[in-house]
Design a protein around this ligand. Sequence first.
Ligand SMILES: Cc1ncc(COP(=O)(O)O)c(C=O)c1O
Length: 390
Amino acid sequence: MVSLFENFPNRKNTRSAKWDMVEKLYGANNVQPMWVADMDLTIAEAMKQALKNRVDHGIFGYTVTDDEINKHVQQWILTQHQWEIEKDWIVYSPGVIPTLHMAVLTQTNPGDKIAIQTPVYPPFFELIKTHDRELVQNPLIYQDNYYTIDFDDLENSFKQGVSAFILCNPHNPVGRVWTKEELEQLAKLCLQYDVTILSDEIHADLIYPGHKHIPISSLSEEVNQQTITCLSPTKTFNIAGLQVSYAIIPNEKRRKAMNKAFRKYGMNHINTLGITAIEAAYTEGKDWLDQLMQLLERNRDLVVDAFAARDEITAVQPEGTYLIWLDCTNMKLEQAELKKFMQEKAKVGLNDGVSFGEKGQGFMRINIASPTNYVQEGINKIIAALDELK
Ligand SMILES: Cc1ncc(COP(=O)(O)O)c(C=O)c1O
């Protein structure tokens, strides 16, 4: 089963952000990359074949989406997340971040306040500030290696007039898959204070046993009208480079404004191979995804167990995503020293916790979407470097 993911082709010199930026980012080319959120795993054979067939066709003119693609998307969301969506709600886009930019532009006004739950995916900060909106942080509560939502703080900020809230579910980097109760409480506040919900659910398909992803929009018709949901096959099926995604926008007024903005900025097309990939992923990718989740669960346990035996670092157990938030606060290092330790002593390239906001002080993020022996090698290096500190 897992043998599907035992090896992967050399990614160096493929213009891979993860592999070919190592020297620039980490100062040496012998640092093992375990950072940006893509996988060192070959895509599903059926998808590879579909892409090959499309390439063999030899013509790559402007491409349109149609009801067949819509149906695949509807079916995927229904079977994966038990959410019934209408085909007209789907708006295709080159990426979740481009969609969020359009959403900030169309659903809020300059000077408006937009709330995010920190520590969180770094581009969220940028997409608020770059459009001259005001960033409101609702820091998550961290206790006993577990993150929860500070609802009182959120309500207090909503009282002061927040116009949109960007939800990250599952949450990158802390790995929470928000429960129905948590989502209901969030939705209730957003409705009460008329806050638009921009829900980034790009990691929705990567959920560990015992947890369930619930699209916030699916909670009620009222929430559905208040929400723009961003989804994509790119994280699930390791096709981030194909730059394809879609938003689910049930409210007609919001959808019209979004479509208009996508046209205005010349972003109303998705690429030919992206469309081919969506179709292959959603019609033939499920077995591959099931095997992927077995691998990720094994890798997650490996990382969590390895650090459970150490005092210096604790892995915050993720409920979803292939990213693990490492609590290194017991090492009592300044952030610059912690980064130096990882890249110069352990020789692993991780994401700097502080890039996810101030609350990431003392943390690093590791990517476990690689063959198990690769993840093991990275962990061994960190542990050997910790031993040297003693
Ligand atoms: C929460 C989250 N949103 C969005 C993205 C990127 O989405 P896209 O490449 O579709 O813009 C990522 C990638 O890591 C992510 O983790």
